[in-house]
Design a protein around this ligand. Structure first.
Ligand SMILES: [Zn+2]
Length: 201
């Protein structure tokens, strides 16, 4: 497992140093799930991340780790999804604490490598669920995951550990913000991402 992660991380670094002359190149988000991943949640996660990224002029495409080795990428980030990325109907575990996700850093730089704690996100959004929400539970779970991934993408692509005052780049999300109808990038963060230096430099 560790070797797999290391090999894909090396691939990510190689991809980042490759020449890149296109305008708004597609960024591949390679996802390695440790446990179950609901297809519905995956679909909603990808749709939400894409929607948010588009606000900053970014195009992202999600790729499963298993399918990634057969493809070539110009820009690449990697997320490991820990825990069970599937909704259940058991009561929320209220002792779940800690961050929803993080991006790795080295020598002051944010690396294109992050982790998401599916269990933590799942238990949090249950506290904001109304009974009717359980009918679309995996879609809402995916929406929440998409926002968490977009937040870490912001850190990676802007190469900053700082947070925005509002929206997706805020330092923390409430359970309600994770599943609310909309959560967008703030104006400042959109500008920062849209004007970021070429990923390859
Ligand atoms: Zn953050």
């Amino acid at each position: 497992m560790i070797r797999l992660i290391l090999s894909i991380f090396t691939l990510a670094l190689c991809a980042l140093s490759a020449a890149n002359s296109g305008v708004s190149p597609e960024i591949a988000v390679v996802v390695q799930a440790d446990e179950t991943f609901s297809p519905q949640a995956w679909q909603a996660m990808e749709a939400e991340s894409k929607r948010i990224a588009r606000q900053a002029g970014l195009r992202v495409r999600f790729v499963e780790r298993a399918a990634a080795s057969a493809q070539e990428f110009t820009d690449l980030v990697v997320f490991r999804m820990k825990g069970r990325c599937e909704m259940d109907t058991t009561p929320a575990l209220l002792d779940e604490r800690g961050p929803f996700a993080w991006a790795f850093t080295a020598n002051g730089n944010v690396l294109p490598f992050g982790e998401v704690k599916c269990d933590r996100v799942r238990e949090s959004i249950k506290t904001a669920f109304r009974p009717a929400d359980y009918r679309k539970a995996d879609a809402l779970f995916g929406r929440a995951l998409g926002r968490v991934v977009a937040h870490e993408l912001y850190h990676m692509l802007a190469n900053t550990t700082k947070h925005g005052k509002t929206g997706v780049a805020r330092h923390a999300f409430s359970a309600q913000q994770l599943v609310a109808e909309k959560l967008d990038f703030g104006k400042h963060e959109r500008g920062l991402l849209a004007g970021r230096p070429d990923f390859s430099r």
